[in-house]
Design a protein around this ligand. Structure first.
Ligand SMILES: NC(=O)c1ccc[n+]([C@@H]2O[C@H](COP(=O)([O-])OP(=O)(O)OC[C@H]3O[C@@H](n4cnc5c(N)ncnc54)[C@H](OP(=O)(O)O)[C@@H]3O)[C@@H](O)[C@H]2O)c1
Length: 323
């Protein structure tokens, strides 16, 4: 089968098409014939050698795919060869076939192009698990950083669907307009004084929940932007790993700072998250309440271009590889 390898850690030019043996489904596993693979920021880090796959996982990059069931392992029920499906992966997505624990495979939402689903499943799983983790509930105010990105376009719509008031940040007029179009109540240019804008938009109260993709760079400002009993959940480290935490602010506000990663979770947790996505997110997608993010598609052979596109910061929504 065709797959993508990294010739040596480094730039996008080090991504190459290669031949590999097709996987075989063992007990509890499914092999998917891949139609499309989502491209994620973690893939860029893995290519550079900074984000190795968890032990026992494929060395091939790729955290999400859509496709059809190719093989069903012993004791797996509910799937037939040829069924349309999507999956979150610990790795292996940039290939014609990928081996996945059956619990991480879900049927796609009805009425959605199967290629687009490859760009939806990882963001949905990430956002649902994190909003659950910090108990985002109706009537609360959430701040979603990077509202026009892959995570952000989904997160702000899902937060709205949960009944939250949504504040978001983005880096250009065009991206801010998209955030508003997708339902953000307040969209703030992050080049401006966004903490002041959050204070203004909340009458000085702050946000109940912040979903953050910047890490260290925003830690102090995020904590200062939390309401009493507020929760900051960090899922991205684009602004670095080590920051300063004002514990006095945390204790006076009874606030929480937490961080999670989907990739390293045990299979059982990923299976529960996938089930939650199918049960709670797909109906919202099927009814049109959650719209697909804009997407930029590249054929598998143009993977280097796809990585350059995501790395440039110019992309809006998702980057997807098609096979
Ligand atoms: N922990 C997990 O399980 C998990 C899972 C999936 C993704 N992630 C992480 O989540 C992050 C976002 O992923 P993605 O797929 O959405 O990537 P993406 O599509 O490339 O989006 C990156 C986002 O970061 C925003 N951004 C850049 N600089 C910013 C700043 N100074 N202030 C606020 N926002 C800024 C961008 O905004 P503009 O486009 O407006 O500039 C864009 O929305 C990545 O770090 C990724 O690794 C984590």
């Amino acid at each position: 089968m065709r797959t993508i390898t990294v010739t040596e850690p480094g730039g996008p030019e080090n991504l190459a098409v290669a031949d590999a043996a097709r996987p075989t489904a063992g007990p509890g596993q499914i092999v998917i014939r891949v139609v499309a693979a989502g491209v994620n920021r973690a893939d860029l880090l893995q290519r550079q050698g900074h984000y190795p796959p968890p032990p026992g996982t494929s060395e091939v990059i790729g955290l999400e795919v859509s496709g059809t069931v190719d093989q069903v392992g012993a004791d797996v029920t509910g799937w037939t060869v040829g069924d349309a499906c999507a999956a979150i992966l610990a790795g292996g997505g940039y290939a014609e076939y990928v081996l996945v624990p059956a619990g991480q495979v879900i049927a796609p939402p009805r009425g959605v192009d199967l290629v687009s689903v490859a760009g939806l499943v990882e963001v949905a799983a990430t956002v649902v698990s994190n909003f659950d983790h910090v108990h985002l509930s109706a009537g609360e105010t959430v701040l979603v950083h990077g509202g026009a990105g892959g995570i952000g376009t989904f997160a702000l719509q899902y937060a709205r669907a949960l009944g939250a008031r949504v504040l978001t940040t983005a880096g250009s007029a065009e991206k801010l307009a998209l955030c508003r179009e997708l339902g953000a109540d307040v969209a703030i240019d992050y080049h401006d004084d966004w903490p002041a804008a959050v204070r203004d938009a909340t009458g000085g109260r702050g946000a109940d929940v912040i979903l953050d993709v910047m890490g260290a760079k925003y830690l102090e400002a995020n904590v200062a932007s939390l309401a009493t009993d507020g929760r900051l959940v960090v899922i991205g480290l684009q602004g670095g790993r080590k920051g300063t935490l004002d514990l006095n602010l945390l204790l006076t506000r009874r606030a929480t700072v937490t961080a999670t990663s989907l990739r390293g979770r045990p299979v059982e947790q990923k299976a529960a998250i996938c089930a939650a996505v199918a049960e709670r997110v797909w109906p919202l997608v099927e009814s049109g309440e959650i719209r697909l993010a804009p997407e930029t598609r590249f054929p598998l052979e143009a993977v280097a271009e796809a990585h350059r596109r995501l790395e440039s910061g110019e992309n809006t929504g998702k980057v997807i590889l098609t096979l």
